[in-house]
Design a protein around this ligand. Structure first.
Ligand code: ADP
Ligand code: ZN
Length: 768
């Protein structure tokens, strides 16, 4: 990593002309999105002096061969930099040429890019590339057009050339308008063909120039306008506090903790209205899966100028929206994680709905969390942030206790609708009866029959993502944990052993349950597809559809299924976590959680938190209409605190139970984590490199006098991925101690062996 030679964070970039009279040379500082990342300084060719600007891309020669690479100009430097950065101007190579007419990254976003680079330990080039959508970089949806204007001396020339009547009309049309016209527009306005226009150009009366223009790519039909709903007292109270912050132009982060169906969205909308009334723009971040037509309609019905940035936009469409946003033509931007970079000219408010959702963290470099980026932007632009959730992340919740965030509560459903009744089904009992395990318990099957008979609809959650290995006794539910960490052990077939993926503790796999001595330790393995087959066989008369990543692949399939579900054409909707979020279907009277334990014993310290959130969220899909609703939760661990809390819709109970164990390990929200992953095809080389990294980090802790806890190296829980062996290190620090300087120094001069890759993940969400 070459972060240490990056220029330090700056707040205001000097303009070229400000520097010009301070010295006799200027150079462009350039970074690249690929190795070598730079920054490198280039001299500015004479013919490019007027074109170069901070934020534009340039073609630069690299290496001895002078291969041309596209880079981003991040600064324009002059003589005052030569001392500080030892720039030897005489030895600078010139870059070749400037690519963009306008900067692709504006001056407001560059300091943000610097902050992300420093905080997440990522070179600046890839950070900029993450901020600027690919369509903007490709100038997608733009076209170079020829424009015509009347030559300044056209009247004199007209005398000389003795124009025809038609030619004179054409010139009058062109000279009288305020804007330049394309040849086609001129021909239409003057009522002529192209021929006389060409003649006038040849004679020099008309001059032409070329310009790249953005094309409008699609029309969005307007929605039926909707009026404001009268707010209930809780909503009003929350809104009043947010309004104050907006009026006072004050940065403040609100955590709006509102149970499912408590009307959080209505509060967002009213808060945004306030920001828009102040002539400002709002950014609303939602998990990608929530960018459903339902969400779009809801906002379009309330605001005139809304841009929805969903993943199925073409690069040209995205680029068009981006430019509209930058021009201030959009009041509300709604999008997934990357919409946090939307270049609104006057930010007024950022909303993050379902703030606990893991998708707000990017899983490739730069590994930023949209919540942290939003906080940085909002702080620098002095505007509030609203985080909303029925199951807030423990990080955000704890910050309300530390006084960093302001807690706003919506403890009731709108219109006094009750929360659905939740019952657990102890799957151990079914097994004990000697029936083996059927995917759905008898009770759940009966309830499905009952609900559909009464015209209700059913949602079934089975969250089987790829990783599911665990060692569990099917009789007593016991899961085997590492003695040193609160982390379940993973069974390894090779060598028949159990290992802890955090500290590498190992033991032989027992052949019986250590708790109840039952002689059949087993793996579980039910996925959504098998469940779908099972339902077809048990309920041949009911229409069941599956919604998971496999059935979501085609654009629009998600929407199509939800539409049919809304129309009542589907009785049972079954799927992974994507059916748990944000859906508001009043006719759903039964929600079944097929296996609440599926992620409960993952080797990840957030396993309980995620399980609690998922079960609570999916339970919240039930009983949103006059028919009421109920929830059945199948589990092998009915006594697990996360399951108990979820069945009671009791977030506080969950948090109070979970926080002490986090505190004792100094894990988030009490401490910070950084994870370093090494991967390579040769396991021994990867392990050796990881050990070397660990030594460097230990050494840097000594040098810098910083004490961090270092766990590992150990094989990552997913030991082998795509043919690569993975090893990782985990660093734990108290919350007020930054780990970045230690990691940056430890990794600065590393020689990475061929075939190895490594990455630093600050505040990791994914521990596998
Ligand atoms: P949440 O996001 O908290 O789960 P929503 O914002 O989706 O809840 O609101 C649930 C439903 O309640 C929506 O259909 C919404 O239109 C409706 N709603 C919200 N606020 C009110 C209100 N004050 N009065 C009546 N209905 C409301
Ligand atoms: Zn351990």
């Amino acid at each position: 990593m070459t972060n240490d030679d990056q220029p330090t964070l700056f707040d205001t970039a000097p303009e070229p002309w400000e520097l010009d009279d301070q010295g006799d040379w200027l150079a462009a500082r350039v970074v690249f999105a690929e190795p070598p990342f730079g920054p490198y300084d280039y001299s500015i060719p004479a013919d490019q002096e007027s074109a170069i600007a901070i934020g534009k891309r340039v073609y630069c020669p690299l290496g001895r061969g002078g291969r041309l690479m596209t880079g981003y100009c991040i600064d324009i430097i002059g003589p005052q930099h030569s001392a500080a950065h030892e720039v030897d101007v005489s030895r600078l190579r010139p870059f070749q040429r400037v690519i963009d007419a306008e900067p692709v990254i504006g001056p407001a976003m560059l300091p943000l890019a610097h902050w992300i680079a420093q905080y997440y330990l990522c070179p600046l080039g890839p950070v900029i590339e993450a901020i600027v959508p690919v369509g903007v970089r490709q100038q997608a949806g733009t076209r170079e057009l020829t424009f015509l204007i009347a030559a300044p001396n056209w009247r004199t020339l007209a005398e000389e050339h003795k124009l025809t009547e038609l030619q004179r009309t054409i010139m009058e049309v062109l000279a009288s308008g305020s804007a330049a016209l394309t040849p086609k527009e001129l021909a239409e306005t003057a009522g002529c063909t192209m021929a006389p226009i060409a003649t006038l150009r040849r004679k020099g009366l008309i001059t032409a120039f070329n310009e790249r223009v953005q094309q409008r790519t699609h029309e969005i039909p307007p929605e039926q306008r909707q009026a404001d709903l009268p707010l209930n007292a809780d909503q009003q109270q929350a809104l009043d506090e947010i309004h104050d912050a907006i009026d006072e132009h004050r940065h403040q982060t609100f955590l709006m903790f509102g149970i499912t169906g408590s009307g959080k969205t209505e509060v967002y909308i009213r808060a945004i209205q306030k920001a828009v009334a102040h002539g400002r723009q709002a950014i609303v971040l939602v998990p990608e899966i929530s960018l459903t037509p339902q969400t779009r309609q809801r906002f379009r019905a309330r605001f005139q100028r809304v841009a929805v940035l969903h993943s199925h936009l073409t690069p040209a469409e995205r680029s068009w929206h981006w430019r509209q946003i930058a021009k201030g033509q959009v009041d509300v931007v709604i999008g997934a994680r990357s919409a946090v970079f939307a270049p609104v000219p006057r930010l007024g408010l950022i909303v993050i709905d379902e703030e606990h959702d893991g998708s707000f963290k990017q899983d490739k470099a730069p590994r930023y969390h949209a919540r942290e980026v939003a906080a940085w932007r909002a702080a620098h632009e002095h505007v509030p942030v609203i985080l909303g959730s029925a199951t807030p992340s423990l990080e955000s919740y704890q910050r309300t206790h530390d006084g960093q965030y302001r807690l706003l509560e919506l403890p009731n459903r709108v219109l006094d609708l009750p929360l659905p009744d939740v019952a657990t089904i102890d799957m151990r009992i079914d097994y004990g009866r000697g029936k083996g395990i059927s995917p759905l318990s008898q009770k759940l099957r009966q309830e499905i029959r009952h609900a559909t008979k009464n015209g209700g609809q059913v949602i079934l959650l089975l969250n089987r993502r790829g990783y599911s290995t665990r060692v569990q006794c099917p009789k007593c539910g016991e899961v085997i944990y590492c003695p040193d960490c609160s982390i379940p052990m993973t069974f390894h077939r090779d060598g028949m052993r159990l290992a802890c993926h955090y500290c590498d503790f190992q033991q032989e796999a027992p052949d019986r349950c250590p708790q109840c001595l039952f002689q059949a330790i087993r793996f579980s393995g039910l996925g959504t597809q098998r469940l779908e087959e099972y339902i077809h066989s048990v309920f041949p008369d009911l229409i069941c559809e599956r919604m998971d990543t496999d059935t979501m692949r085609r654009p629009g399939s998600h929407e199509a299924t939800l539409n049919r579900f809304r129309k009542g054409e589907i009785h049972i909707l079954l799927g992974t976590q994507m059916i748990a979020k944000g859906l508001d279907f009043p006719n759903v009277t039964l929600v079944g959680v097929v296996n609440a334990d599926s992620a409960l014993h993952f080797p990840d310290f957030r396993a309980a938190e995620r399980t609690f959130a998922l079960v609570t969220q999916v339970a919240g899909r039930s009983g949103r209409g006059p028919k009421g609703g109920r929830v059945l939760v199948q589990t092998f661990s009915p006594e697990h605190p996360a399951i108990i809390a979820a069945t009671r819709h009791d977030y506080t109970r969950f948090a109070n139970g979970e926080l002490p164990s986090r505190a004792s390990a100094n894990f988030p929200p009490f401490g910070n984590l950084a994870r370093i992953i090494v991967r390579g095809a040769a396991a021994e080389i990867a392990r050796a490199f990881c050990e070397q990294l660990a030594r460097q980090i230990t050494e840097q802790m000594r040098v810098q006098g910083v004490s961090l806890t270092l766990l590992g190296p150990a094989p990552a829980p997913v030991e082998k991925l795509k043919g690569n062996f993975r090893f990782h290190l985990l660093l734990v620090s108290p919350r007020d101690v930054a780990m970045q300087p230690v990691i940056a120094a430890a990794t600065a001069k590393l020689d990475t062996p061929d075939g190895l890759q490594w990455a630093v993940d600050i505040d990791p969400q994914d521990m596998l």
